[in-house]
Structure formats: structure tokens, C-alpha cells
Design a protein around this ligand. Sequence first.
Ligand code: LMR
Length: 327
Amino acid sequence: MKLLTATLLAVSCLLPLQQANAKPIEIKFSHVVAENTPKGQMALKFKELAEARLPGKVDVKVYPNSQLFTDATVLQALQLGDVEIAAPALSKFQKYNPALQVFDLPFLFKDMDAVDRFQHSPQGVALLSSMNDKLLVGLGYLHNGMKQLSSNDPIRVPADIAGKKFRIMTSDVLQAQYEAVHAIPLKKPFAEVFTLLQTRAIDGQESPWSNTYASKFFEVQKYVTETDHGVLDYLVVTSAEFWFGLPEDLRDTLKQCMDEAIAYGNQIAAKQDLADRQSILDSGKTQILTLNPGERQQWIDAMKPVWKMFEDQIGSDLLDAAIQSNH
Ligand code: LMR
């Protein structure tokens, strides 16, 4: 908190300088996925709204597809002031707040409505500002969707995945989830996934339909198993130094634009999830495997013990709140 207070004091001294400066404030928004994804569309909507409502005052530059920073470097870049907005997957925040690992627990949320209820619960809202002392300010959650497994081999039950290499995000929970089914998880940046799949350096990966479609993973994978085993959502995040250094009226308008852009992105996420599943099916390149209740139960039985391994780091109250969001 001391660091935050010092930063706020320091940046408030800069305010008159910023106000005197007639040049538009540059806002770089860096992300790692394609433009035709919920996150890509949300970022462009934010640019459209912000530049329309603050003409001449802000210049929003959106950098998709890891053009500016990869997911491995973007949070540090935010802290250093090299970029102003990012929206990494929640799985990428564990070193800043281990409680956020709750979102990665396998088979915790029964669907996206449950995820949404948890994010809007008092506990979910509190997580947004939980990293302010690390100079990372959460502006809101953005949905993508539930994750599915893609692979070059048909995977129906945990025994089918044993010994196979799967790309994961930089999350210890996801590592434990794959180790629980005797697979080999590899933490790799999103920008490398297509090539790793194409060259068969890995056997598979897990993503919501929109990423598997937009990043063309389905073109180099024979199967997608519809497991819905976890969620991939985002935290839209800015740096405390940038955000609290803005004039208050401008910050309020930008927050309003961001809220609307997130609502727009969430609508797209819900529609695109189904549409991209269908496009993958229609491509004829990838077969979609659905699980019967017995097969699904095998995954739950194998992976659910991971919850206990992370309960202390996450906090049992937070975990309980997440469980309650299913009702
Ligand atoms: C991933 O690394 O798989 C995701 O974080 C990519 C994204 O931003 O959707």
C-alpha cells in the first residue's frame, strides 16, 4: 500500500503538466490474440468509444497478436510504463496475487453464468483492486469461454492423455491439472502455440473455441474434445501510475468507455463461442468429440484433487464463494 500511496502522490504532482500538454494522451493497448476474437473486438470498441468521446484528447493504439508484447512480458511492461492497457488471461496473474488461481481450478465453474456471478460477487469485485500495490489496477473482467482440449489423437478419458505434451499458460494450477492425468504440461507463450502444434513439438493445447478457431490451431489438430473443464477469461488491467495520473474527468470517461467495451466483448464472447465451434466443425479438418457422463466423471475424479493442493494459496473463503456461484 505504501508503494501505491507514494506513486499516487508522485503522479498527482505531474497532473498540471499533463493538463498543459495539448497533445493527445497515447494509450497503447497490447494483447496476444487475433482481432476477430472477443478480446480483439473489445479492444477496438474501446478505441472507437474513447476517441469519439474524448476527441483530440486520447489516441488509442491497439496492438493485437503479440505485436507489442507477449503474454510473458506485458505485465512487467505495464509496471514499467511501456504500455497502458492489457487484458491477459486470469491464469497469468499468479505471481501478483495467488488468489486469482481460483479461476484455473478444473471443473469448478459449471458454466459461464457461474463465472459471471462469481466475478460480480463482492469477492470477485475485490480481486480487481487486489494488485494495486503492485501497480496493476483491474478495470474489469472480460469473458472468453470454457476451455476444450485439442489434440492429434482422440482423447476421451484421462488414460488417453497420459504421456502427451500439452501447452499450458503460465499457471501452476494448470500444471497440476495435467500432472493429475499423467500428461506433460509445458508453459509456453500464446504466440508460440501454432508453431509448436504444427511441428508436432507438442501433442495438444487447451483453449476456448474462439482461440482454437481464430489462431487456426484446428488446422493442425485432428480432434477437439469438448470437456468444458475450465474457464479462460481476462482481467483488463492498467498501470496505477498511468491511471491515477489522468485528470479525473478523463479517467471517468475512459472507465465508462471500458465498461461499455467489456459489455460489448462479453456479448461477442457468448455468440462467438458457438459460432466458432460450428466453423471448426464445418471446416471438416477437425473432429469434435463429446463426452458421455461416465467419461466426463473420470476427468472430474482425476482432476478435482487439484483444488485441495491450492486451497491455502487461494483462501478457503474465496474458493467457497466460487463454489456458491454455481447455484
Ligand atoms: C493463452 O495464452 O492461451 C491465452 O491467454 C490467450 C488469450 O489471451 O486469449
